[in-house]
Design a protein around this ligand. Sequence first.
Ligand code: PGA
Length: 270
Amino acid sequence: MSRITWILGNWKQNHRPPAAEACAKGVAEGLTEALREPHPSAGEVRVGIAPPYLSLAAARPFTRPGHGTWLLAQDVAAQDEGAFTGEVGPRMLGDAGVEGAIVGHSERRAYYGEDDAAVAAKLRSALGGGLVCVLCVGERLEARDAGEHESTVISQLSAAFSDVSPDALDERLVIAYEPVWAIGTGRTASPQQASDMHRTIRAWMRERFGSAGVDRSILYGGSVKPSNAAELVAVGDVDGFLVGGASLDPDSFLAIVRAAATTARPPEAG
Ligand code: PGA
């Protein structure tokens, strides 16, 4: 498989610096063992953590370079700098040794009023600033129940990529499908539901961007645990995970990393 497998931990508003240091250290120390026997169909495997802003510096010594873990932020400003109280721009993140940012997480959309236009601006800001950009999309339960899950996600994608050209897309663009009803609820999408949506997203990316779109990694997020990670990857078209709660403990996060790295994907996935 040519697509990169990513396993990313989104710590949300958890782990103040001492706990962040311990967790990042635990992940770094266990990573070699977790990635010891990858299945060839997993391709290149990358592991990242996204601590809160003020814990990034504590985690930094246990991430790249030196250790294998990538360091990401949970958000990024739509603009590089200026009179924008409370915001942190892409170059500031880069200066702090941060390699990527999550954009459009459903909690930011729901609790902080981030609309599609704001998400689109942040995506352009992250990519333009040289960061890995993890774009989150996903439907609410009402949309799923009404059979509008695909149209909801496609409309989020169309808005986020409204002003992006194919040459702006490379491996730094990662998409995370996170059904809102599965986040923090213990209710995971079935492997088939995840795979079906990932195919829909990939087909849309192919249509919109050609080969630059089709090779992008599409992660699943929403109550991923050591016990369900392998079955989600095994069905095909799931290129890794964005993990919330289960990423707060190095052992459970590393168990998910191991499952994603060692589980065989069906041939021609995607
Ligand atoms: P969860 O969160 O794994 O705790 O469901 C996933 C996310 O919000 O990224």
